[in-house]
Design a protein around this ligand. Structure first.
Ligand code: PXP
Length: 237
């Protein structure tokens, strides 16, 4: 079965709206795991707008499934990850002004910096995934940079304005998955996936894991986090 990684950043976003202690992302991770998620994803952004260093340390101690740290390739963030030792690091592009991660990492354009970050993390025993757009040259560059895992950006698919363009984007993701699998990579996907659009992505042959945040945390406000994770797992299944 395709695995589910739950991104808990937006629990911390709500906490930071009041700069207080609640809701606690560590408690959120516990509930997600109880509900059967396969990994916990948290993005330590350079501006620390939601998840903080202390959250990452506490997550490292409490997460019982797998901790997937989303991160940029900035030197201090890479150094932090090397000390923290999450089970996995997912390298993403990061711009201060963006609301969320926009587009995949340009592995080809930042090749030597990405390769250096991959090798530092892998040397510490951290599995590295590269978050990329579903295009062959980025897949090839990811392999050359030493990655064993990629996460395909599903934003274009999720934001498609018509059924025809969603179908087109789905085909692109499906083809990219098939290509990456032939090249020996583990393939994950994420960004913008929700309770309606996840089904077709989950059906892609060979897909390993889907990383989902905003839609699950949003739904949890009305139906509870435990129920929202179970529902997403059910749809994926
Ligand atoms: N995967 C990656 C690499 C991301 O950057 C994000 C957004 O933080 C997600 C998955 C989850 O996206 P969403 O919150 O839209 O589900």
């Amino acid at each position: 079965m395709v695995k589910l990684g739950v991104n808990i950043d937006h629990v911390a976003t709500l906490r930071e709206a009041r700069k207080t202690r609640v809701p606690d992302p560590i408690e959120a991770a516990r509930i997600c795991e109880k509900a059967g998620c396969d990994s916990i994803v948290a993005h330590l952004r350079e501006d620390r707008r939601h998840i903080k260093d202390d959250d990452m340390v506490a997550l490292r101690k409490s997460v019982k499934t797998l901790l997937n740290m989303e991160m940029s390739i900035a030197g201090d963030i890479v150094a932090f990850a090397c000390k923290l030792k999450p089970d996995q690091a997912t390298l993403v592009p990061e711009r201060r002004q963006e609301v969320t991660t926009e587009g995949g990492l340009d592995v080809k354009g930042n090749f030597s910096r990405v390769k250096k970050a991959v090798s530092k993390l892998e040397d510490r025993g951290i599995r590295v995934s590269l978050f990329i757009n579903p295009v062959r040259h980025q897949i090839d560059a990811s392999i050359s940079a030493g990655a064993r895992i990629i996460e395909l950006h599903t934003g274009e698919y999720a934001n498609a304005l018509s059924a025809a363009s969603a179908k087109r984007e789905l085909t692109i993701i499906r083809d990219a998955t098939a290509y990456a699998l032939t090249r020996g990579l583990e393939v994950n996907a994420g960004h913008g996936l929700d309770y309606n659009n996840v089904k077709d992505i989950a059906k892609i042959k060979g897909m390993h894991e889907l990383n989902i945040g905003h839609s699950i945390i949003s739904r949890s406000i009305f139906f509870g986090l435990y129920a929202s994770v179970i529902e997403m797992k059910g749809i994926i299944r």
